[in-house]
Design a protein around this ligand. Structure first.
Ligand SMILES: *Cc1c(COP(=O)(O)O)cnc(C)c1O
Length: 362
């Protein structure tokens, strides 16, 4: 299952009226029961999924498909021991989506409406049986292979061919099941000399266009036998910014957990923000500042990347211009394991949610 697309039947979309108003619609795409779908041949199942991923309501040629003028979010709903489903900090995703849209000079989709749409998509699919159920054995490896529902909200522009701004965008929300994000195997990372984001650019916006260069860099890294590419700052090439779609943390010999400070070139991850809070709760010293690649090579004992899809993923090594440093033998170090355990415990409802992060679906 990992991170593949098998869209659940209920899809949400909303259209901007260009005046601050939005018109919400929920669509039930073709489906059978989950059990009947599981019994289909691969070809039959793909045909059904293709119908669910086809949306005649939306135009083919527009600013989003032609020029990458669009933004998106990624958040999860987690099955709970009591049988319910809860979203993790959907208000933070909603606030970021609104900021992203305004950053792209579109009408912003209001945060409360975003939260409601995501709740409803999960609830309507769950009512049809499209949902994972909590399993006790997930706890054994701290939910590293547990299932969840991944929600993908995104903006989509009106029909257009010339360059221009989107004044009447749609916002769409689809849901798909997920388990672990990274494939088994190497977790080695390498710095890339490609530039993800430049000062005064769009690096702080979760926009479609920002994903082109990271995809190329990650594929180049994979081609060289690494799992992940790490981006350095555009001006000096000395400071770590982030991974291909995840934020970067290093735990140093002096007992400090460091993550690069945000600016306009680093995406403000909600997992990043949550890990900083959890680290403080656990009594781990945190620092948010510039972090040079040389400092990581010389001083780090653990390195990991964070994101909704990636969770808390340790890197076994980092290579920069032929110089390689290895960390915690490729496994979770003590610190990243403690952080992962706390985060997943809250998300899967087996640890106290003391910051009120979890939101009921229905
Ligand atoms: C989405 C994203 C992240 C992670 O953000 P989360 O809110 O933690 O999922 C990190 N970096 C980039 C570039 C991203 O697009």
């Amino acid at each position: 299952m990992a991170f593949t697309l098998s869209i659940y039947p209920w899809v949400f979309y909303s259209r901007s009226d260009g005046n601050g108003g939005w018109h919400d619609t929920y669509v039930e795409k073709p489906h059978k029961t989950p059990a009947e779908e599981a019994a289909l041949s691969p070809a039959q199942w793909q045909a059904l999924l293709d119908q669910r991923n086809s949306f005649p309501e939306l135009p083919l040629v527009n600013y989003t498909t032609q020029y990458g003028l669009g933004c998106f979010e990624g958040l999860k709903a987690f099955p709970q021991p009591d049988g319910s489903l809860k979203l993790f900090r959907p208000d933070r995703n909603g606030a970021r989506m609104e900021r992203s849209m305004i950053g792209l000079k579109m009408p912003g989709f209001p945060m409360a409406r975003f939260v409601e749409a995501n709740r409803q998509v999960v609830a309507k699919n769950a009512a049809l049986g499209f949902r994972p159920q909590f399993q006790k054995e997930w706890e054994k490896d701290n939910f590293q292979n547990a299932e969840a529902i991944y929600l993908r909200p995104f903006s989509y522009s009106e029909p257009a061919i010339g360059l221009g701004l989107s004044t009447h965008p749609w916002v769409v929300v689809v849901a798909t099941p997920v388990s672990s994000y990274f494939k088994e195997g190497s977790t080695a990372a390498v710095t890339t000399d490609k530039i993800r984001a430049t000062p005064k650019g769009t690096g702080w916006i979760k926009c479609d266009a920002n994903y082109v260069i990271p995809t190329l860099a990650k594929k180049e890294a994979e081609h060289q036998g690494y799992m992940e590419a790490i981006f350095l700052d555009a001006k000096t090439g000395q400071y770590i910014e982030e991974g291909s779609s995840c934020n970067f943390f290093a735990y140093l010999k002096n007992g400090s957990l460091v993550t690069p400070e945000l600016g306009d070139t680093i995406l403000p991850g909600i997992t990043r923000e949550s890990i900083l809070t959890i680290a403080a709760d656990l009594g781990i010293k945190t620092e948010v500042r510039k972090l040079s690649v040389d400092e990581v090579l010389a001083e780090a004992t653990e390195v990991f990347v964070t994101g909704t899809a990636a969770g808390v993923s340790p890197l076994e090594s980092l290579t920069h211009q032929g110089q390689k440093a290895a960390f915690s033998g490729g496994n979770h170090g003590e610190v990243s394991m403690a952080l992962l355990k706390s985060l997943k415990g809250i998300q899967y409802g087996v640890a106290e949610d003391k910051h009120g992060w979890m939101v009921n679906v229905s």
